[in-house]
Design a protein around this ligand. Structure first.
Ligand code: M6R
Length: 625
């Protein structure tokens, strides 16, 4: 949930740390801080708010150092420039400067930045306090600094390894001490930590983009390993101190992918990237005209896919909505029963699941705590678990029996857009593969679906181009409405749910989303002339039913904004606002409807002057319950 960065080398460390934090800000952004080694200890600068506040504080501090000896002189005397930085999303302790990282022990010997949660922090803190330690924050992270300091006797690597053995939870951290200038030591357990190796310099971070401006040579760190980083290189050791030889691999990510590429926000850029993301996800899997090849799914082979008797999908938020759409595709095309469950609920039930079930954990980040827990719960009960994620090397991939990747690239905007449509595309492919293996569709139906999937990126591009202006214009017109109701049926229902979530999360406008047929059982009471009702009315077998539901809405005077299929006349003269998406298979076509809904939410949030990329109270990766 937080982002960590570390640097040792000969560059100006504040610049490297600030640039890295900038690229990690999507992971957390309620406070931030950096600590840079000096010959007399560490200069620590922390501030509440997003990185702009820290940047200002760092700028002032750098200027001030011309007069104050400690920082500038101390750093100049050192053989290398070494520092750590952190961007925080609060879990334990309020959003205050004292709770911002880096943290240190009370003697200020050890500085740390921590991502994740130390679950046994209360026990450890009690022990440390009983031993005389004084804490200065409310965080669980501070115990890490005290734990390392308590066992430090001149060897930071040993101290980190010893302290690490006592820590429980899911975390990654990096420590440094002025007693060993130029050295950074990192460890992880179920949270990401990657090393960047440069010429005479080393980087460490929660994610590769943090140091992509400086090096493309990357080394991954595994749970339980401890990595020592010096300008001249890294040394990885295992649980017992044995050296592990791991060579860097070169990543081919372009720094551009982490930038806005000319759009006014990451979210808008990512909405526009959906065709590419789907094309990447679909491309090599739809080479055959008569079926789909999903590639290596670990131990999930064709035999297993033929034999499973049920699919259970566990996910949260937008990923849950992907699962809901997948249910229509899998049940219709492959005739396998599907249940879709909120991971946060599933994990605390005593679900009936077993060896004939395939459980699919959908998580774009691959790190969502509740989804991982639900996957574990199913696996422990004997089910086969497939992860659907966008992140290679993520926890979801590590813990599953097999993994299906979306290839949406990095998504920076907190609101999921391109990862959502890529997830749905990947799930459609899975549904087609299941149908193929189980013989549930005629050859012609199968090849039509494959052709539709191949064509989908083109339709997505067309949809963005055809709907952007209209959706933006409608958004501006209705931006002041205090409440929006979203309705849909069949595969259009999850799209309505997703559209409503988008508006809620980025524009803070109250919304509700309902199965259109359920309106008369309650929600219709909400309607009056001031209520816009967004209706997903793309082609489907239930279009006529939706038209009746829209008539019910109109009879209450509410305004109808309909997303329909190009050429459809069903809502002519009925809906005030009509946005058309291209025609294709009805289930696949429902996905296209999400694009104008993303744009509508975007337009309203922009009109209200909100930060669409970093909505309040939310974070991109939710590694807490
Ligand atoms: O990384 P995940 O897909 O597991 O994330 C699940 C949700 O936290 C996520 O979809 C969230 O709802 C997004 N903010 C939606 O835009």
């Amino acid at each position: 949930m937080c982002g960590i960065i570390g640097y040792t080398g000969s560059r100006e460390p504040r610049e490297v740390l600030m640039a890295g934090l900038q690229r990690l800000e999507y992971r957390g952004y309620d406070s931030a801080g950096i600590a840079v080694q000096s010959s007399v200890g560490a200069d620590v600068i922390r501030s509440v708010g997003n990185l702009a506040a820290l940047r200002e504080a760092v700028g002032l501090a750098v200027g001030a150092e011309t007069d104050s000896a400690a920082g500038a002189v101390g750093i100049a005397e050192l053989p290398s420039s070494t520092g750590i930085g952190h961007t925080r999303w609060a879990t334990h302790g309020r959003v205050t400067e004292a709770n911002a990282h880096p943290h240190c022990d009370d003697q200020e010997t050890i500085q740390v930045v921590v991502n994740g949660i130390i679950e046994n922090f209360a026990t450890l803190k009690n022990e440390l306090v009983a031993g005389g330690s004084a804490f200065s924050s409310e965080t669980d992270a501070e115990v890490v600094a005290h734990m390392v300091a308590a066992v430090y006797d001149g060897d930071l690597v040993d101290a980190v390894r010893t302290a690490n053995r006592r820590l429980e939870g899911h975390f990654a951290f990096v420590a440094m001490t002025a007693n060993q200038p130029g050295l950074l030591v990192g460890a992880r357990h179920e949270c990401p930590l990657v090393i960047g190796v440069g010429e005479g310099e080393c980087f460490v971070a929660s994610a590769v983009p943090a140091f992509l401006d400086y090096t493309r040579l990357v080394v991954g760190i595994e749970d339980g390993e401890v990595v020592a980083m010096r300008p001249e290189g890294i040394e990885i050791t295992g649980l017992d101190g044995e050296t592990i030889d791991r060579q860097p691999t070169e990543v081919d990510w372009d720094v551009e992918t982490a930038e806005k590429g000319g759009f006014e926000s990451f979210m808008l850029k990512e909405i526009h990237e959906q065709a590419d993301a789907i094309a990447e996800t679909v491309a090599d899997r739809t080479v055959r005209a008569d079926g789909v090849d999903l590639g290596d799914l670990g131990s999930i082979d064709d035999q297993l896919l033929r034999e499973i008797s049920r699919i259970v999908i566990v996910a949260c938020g937008t990923s849950y909505h992907s699962g809901l759409i997948a249910r229509y595709a899998i049940e219709t095309w492959a005739r396998v029963p599907v249940e879709v469950e909120l991971a946060s609920e599933y994990r605390y039930r005593t679900p009936v699941v077993g060896k004939n079930d395939l459980v699919i954990g959908i998580t774009q980040s691959g790190e969502t705590r509740d989804t991982l827990a639900a996957m574990r719960c199913a696996r422990d009960a004997g089910a086969t678990v497939l992860a659907l994620t966008n992140i290679m090397g993520s926890q979801a991939e590590r813990e599953a029996d097999g993994c299906l990747f979306t290839r949406a690239g990095l998504e920076i905007g907190v609101a999921a857009t391109k990862t959502f449509s890529s997830q749905v595309a990947a799930l459609f492919l899975l549904a087609i593969r299941l149908a193929e293996l189980r013989g549930s569709l005629e050859e012609k139906q199968l090849s039509d679906l494959v052709a539709a999937m191949k064509h989908l990126p083109h339709l997505v591009d067309q949809t963005v181009a055809a709907t952007e202006e209209t959706a933006m214009e409608i958004g501006r017109r209705y931006a002041k409405a205090g409440f929006f109701l979203y309705i849909g049926r069949h595969a259009g229902l999850p799209i309505a749910l997703e559209g409503a979530l988008k508006l809620k999360e980025i524009a803070y406008v109250p919304t509700d989303a309902y199965a259109a047929g359920e309106m008369k059982h309650g929600p219709i009471a909400l309607l009056d002339e001031a209520t816009p009702v967004v209706c997903v009315a793309t082609d489907s077998a239930v279009l006529e039913k939706i038209v009746s539901n829209v008539m019910e809405v109109r009879a209450r005077g509410a305004v109808v904004i309909a997303v329909e299929t190009e050429g459809s006349t069903a809502l002519e003269g009925i809906a005030e606002e009509r946005i058309a998406v291209p025609a294709t298979d009805p289930i696949i076509g429902a996905l296209l409807a999400v694009i104008p809904l993303q744009l509508l939410a975007y337009s309203i949030a922009s009109e209200l002057g909100l930060n669409v990329d970093q909505p309040r109270n939310l974070a991109k990766t939710v590694t807490v319950e």
